[in-house]
Design a protein around this ligand. Structure first.
Ligand SMILES: Nc1ncnc2c1ncn2[C@@H]1O[C@H](COP(=O)(O)OP(=O)(O)O)[C@@H](O)[C@H]1O
Ligand SMILES: [Mg+2]
Length: 224
């Protein structure tokens, strides 16, 4: 199963998906149609409360649609807004170790740890205690954890909301590099309410009043 998913291009598709939380009459998400069929840096932008986190919960199956169909053939990893809600272990190595879901030898484990830390620009951070990391380094460690567990599709829920601008740019560039890697490009869906981040995306959709727009070129994207 792992090999099949690893070698396949991850694919997510929503067909006429509507969703309301229990007790709510109005749909929060209404007749949502979109698909992601190829690797790249995909962004969804929307104001606070527009349903962005709900959209991610529908994608990874935490909640089910009221109507419509969701098809997700992907090995999905998550990066949340607050890394302190995600990181469990006391240092980078132990956090990465609990995310390795393969039976591999010590030598290979060490190589993998080195490789994923390198991929997120954290070479040499293996022994660093988590409490000494900046917010942006914690977010990049969370991305490394997704990579080491062989995720091929990463959902990032406002990963820069708590970061200063320097850290924000490093996290953006990390995902940009991973999604444009010519050998094995990653698929990433990045949720944001920060319009200045959109220029990093390959394609952008806006969630507004329950409706998700079609994919648009970031430069053509109009805030309306
Ligand atoms: N578990 C829940 N039960 C009921 N309402 C919820 C729940 N989670 C979120 N909501 C409501 O749904 C709306 C959209 O929330 P959310 O998807 O978190 O938006 P965003 O991530 O865009 O800020 C908000 O009005 C929020 O209060
Ligand atoms: Mg949210």
């Amino acid at each position: 199963m792992r090999d099949i998913l690893e070698n396949e291009i991850p694919h997510i598709k929503f067909k006429d998906v509507s969703f309301a939380y229990p007790g709510e009459k109005e749909n929060l998400i209404f007749k949502c149609n979109f698909s992601i069929k190829k690797p790249g840096f995909w962004m969804v932008v929307g104001e606070n409360g527009s349903g962005k986190s709900t959209l991610l919960k529908l994608i990874n199956g935490i909640i089910k649609p009221k109507k419509g169909v969701i098809y997700a053939n992907a090995n999905i990893g998550m990066v949340f807004q607050n890394p302190d809600h995600q990181i469990l272990m006391p240092n980078c190595r132990s956090e990465l170790l609990i995310n390795i879901n393969q039976n591999i030898c010590q030598n290979e484990i060490n190589k993998k740890i080195e490789h994923v830390l390198d991929q997120v620009g954290m070479t040499g951070f293996e022994k660093r205690p988590i409490h000494t990391l900046s917010g942006g380094q914690k977010q990049r460690l969370s991305i490394a954890c997704a990579l080491i567990s062989d995720r091929n599709f990463i959902l990032l829920d406002e990963p820069t909301a708590l970061l200063d601008q320097t850290s924000q740019l490093k996290v953006l560039r990390t995902i940009k590099n991973l999604t444009s890697d010519p050998k094995k490009p990653l698929s990433a869906l990045w949720i944001t309410h920060r319009y200045e981040e959109l220029t990093y995306a390959d394609a952008v959709a806006e969630l507004k009043n329950g409706f998700l727009s079609g994919w648009q070129e970031p430069l053509k994207f109009q805030y309306n």
